[in-house]
Structure formats: structure tokens, C-alpha cells
Design a binder for this molecule. Structure first.
Ligand SMILES: C[S@@+](CC[C@H](N)C(=O)[O-])C[C@H]1O[C@@H](n2cnc3c(N)ncnc32)[C@H](O)[C@@H]1O
Length: 282
């Protein structure tokens, strides 16, 4: 379902302030906000992208919500990975349909939904979350936005205590991801990718040091992404005065087989070299 009809989600955008409201359309329903009300029937009749004046004058633009609209407007209890970073995680984590992906923690399920969208129903996403209340809430959000996800399972458990099975990708958004590195010996396949999302640089440093000392990770990269909005309005063309400065660092690494110990070459010099080095006879 991706059009405005009874039962579907809808985002209302305030024409004066740009404020966004998430609602669900129902028969006989009425959207009420700053400028009065708009009947849901008028929104369904107008369709995706319509503009309707509210009862007090100014109006709203109504859309079927995008992924960003949804995750940025849910009433959340835990910090989510923002779309600029989830997009980067999908790309640098090389997430594709058909893979087995492990994600931990689940929080509000924002990253889970991004992964499920990308996988397109193929493969499997397993999410470990230590808090049962977050697991339940995330499942509700995922059901509300994504719908039934037959290839997704949330398990209430700590990823620090181990990983069951072997995965192609591991995505971590929790305070101490370095506790997961040893579990990658069996939990991540060789060639598989791990991505950690870390708000502070000290977390990133500890994670990278643990990845390096494990001897089973290479191709380690640490980076961050900035989305810098610009205002383009007549002659006023400049970066917006407000910017969202920092969210988190991303650390990505690839699992490898351990390097074989190089055997020392035999010490014996080749005959011709030995002759050249002989001191000349008087
Ligand atoms: C910042 S939230 C994750 C947000 C999520 N990525 C999203 O986009 O909605 C961090 C989550 O990790 C969970 N967590 C913390 N330690 C954990 C552990 N050892 N195992 C599993 N989950 C854990 C927390 O309960 C919390 O829900």
C-alpha cells in the first residue's frame, strides 16, 4: 500500500512553518492541528500530494510518507539512526537481498526498516535487542510502516554474549560493539562485513583497535557523513543557518582469514652471488 486511502499512513506538511504531522487515515476521521481541521475524506479524495485549506485558513500538503517522513516523525523512546547515516550503512555495509544480516540493538527499528526495504523480501534479517519493551515497540513500528516482514525476527538477548549461526553482514548500534568482535570468529563469514555506528570518537577508536588486534579484520575504514542543507531563495543562496552537525562515526571492516606465518627463505646464497662477493686474489 503506497497511496492515500483509508487505513494508510499520511504525512501533513504545514504550509507556513513546514511542520510535519504523521497520521493514519480512517473513515469519518478528522485531522486537527494549528490551522483547524481537515476531514480525512477530503485527503483521500485529493490523493497523494494534494493541498487542502484547513478550517481556519492556511492549509496543509498531504503525502504518503517516505521512509524518512516515517522514522523522523514517530514518537520514539530511543535514539534512531538518521536517514543520512542509514543510507551510508546500507551502501558501505553492501546490504543486498538474499543475505543473512544480523543487526543489534533494534531500538525503535529504524535501521531494521531500512535494511528490510533494501532486502526486498529476499534473505533474512535477525535483530538482537536486550530490552523487551524496545523489541515490542520496534516490532509495532515495523508492522505499521513496512507491514508483515516474514524474513525478519527480533530476539530479546544480548549480542555481547554470542551470535547463533553465521551471517554475511553485521550492523551494530550499541554502546560497546567491541564485545562482538570475538563472536565474529564464527558469527560472520569470511569476506563478510561489519559496520559499527558510534556517537563518540573514543568508541570508534576502541572498536577499531579491537578489530585490528583480532587478526580477522582488514579493510577497516572510519568516517562520518554530513548533510549540509542550502537555502536557495532568489538572491539569498547560502548554506542554511542551522545545520545538524554530528550524529555518529561509522566504522566498517571486512572479515578475512588469518594470514599464514611466512616461512623464512633458506639462508644459502646463490653460487654466482657468492663468487662475485669473493675478495679478489692478489
Ligand atoms: C541507539 S538504540 C538503536 C537504534 C536503532 N539502530 C534504530 O535505528 O532505531 C541502541 C539499542 O541497543 C540496545 N542494546 C544495548 N546493549 C545491547 C546488547 N548488549 N545487546 C543487544 N542490544 C543492546 C539498547 O537497548 C537500544 O535499544
Amino acid at each position: 500500500m503506497s497511496k492515500l486511502e483509508y487505513g494508510s499512513l499520511c504525512i501533513a506538511v504545514d504550509e507556513l512553518k513546514g511542520k510535519r504531522h504523521l497520521l493514519r487515515l480512517k473513515e469519518g476521521g478528522r485531522f486537527t492541528a494549528m490551522y483547524g481541521y481537515v476531514d480525512h475524506s477530503a485527503i483521500v479524495e485529493g490523493g497523494d500530494g494534494c493541498f487542502i485549506n484547513a478550517s481556519k485558513g492556511p492549509g496543509y500538503r498531504f503525502f504518503y510518507p517516505t521512509y524518512s517522513d516515517y522514522v523522523m516523525n514517530i514518537k520514539r523512546k530511543a535514539q534512531i539512526i538518521y536517514p543520512k547515516d542509514s543510507a551510508a550503512i546500507l551502501m558501505w555495509g553492501d546490504i543486498r537481498g538474499g543475505q543473512r544480516v544480523l543487526e543489534s540493538g533494534v531500538g525503535q527499528g529504524a535501521m531494521s526498516m531500512a535494511i528490510l526495504n533494501t532486502m526486498g523480501g529476499k534473505g533474512e534479517l535477525i535483530s538482537y535487542e536486550i530490552r523487551e519493551d524496545f523489541a515490542v515497540q520496534a516490532a509495532d513500528f515495523i508492522q505499521e510502516f513496512y507491514g508483515e516482514a516474514e524474513n525478519h525476527k527480533i530476539e530479546v538477548r544480548s549480542v555481547y554474549e554470542g551470535i547463533d549461526g553465521e551471517f554475511d553482514r553485521i550492523i551494530l548500534d550499541l554502546p560497546e560493539p567491541w564485545h562482538v568482535v570475538t563472536h565474529c570468529e564464527t558469527g560472520l563469514r569470511n569476506g563478510g562485513i561489519i559496520v559499527g555506528y558510534l556517537p563518540t570518537i573514543l568508541q570508534a577508536v576502541t572498536f577499531v583497535e579491537n578489530l585490528k588486534s583480532s587478526g580477522i579484520f582488514e579493510e577497516i575504514e572510519t568516517f562520518e557523513f554530513t548533510k549540509r542543507p542550502w537555502k536557495i531563495d532568489g538572491r539569498s543562496v547560502r548554506p542554511e543557518m542551522w545545520t545538524y552537525n554530528h550524529s555518529a562515526f561509522l566504522v566498517k571492516a571486512r572479515k578475512v582469514t588469518r594470514k599464514p606465518v611466512a616461512e623464512a627463505a633458506p639462508e644459502e646464497p646463490a653460487d654466482d652471488v657468492a663468487e662475485e662477493e669473493m675478495p679478489a686474489e692478489d
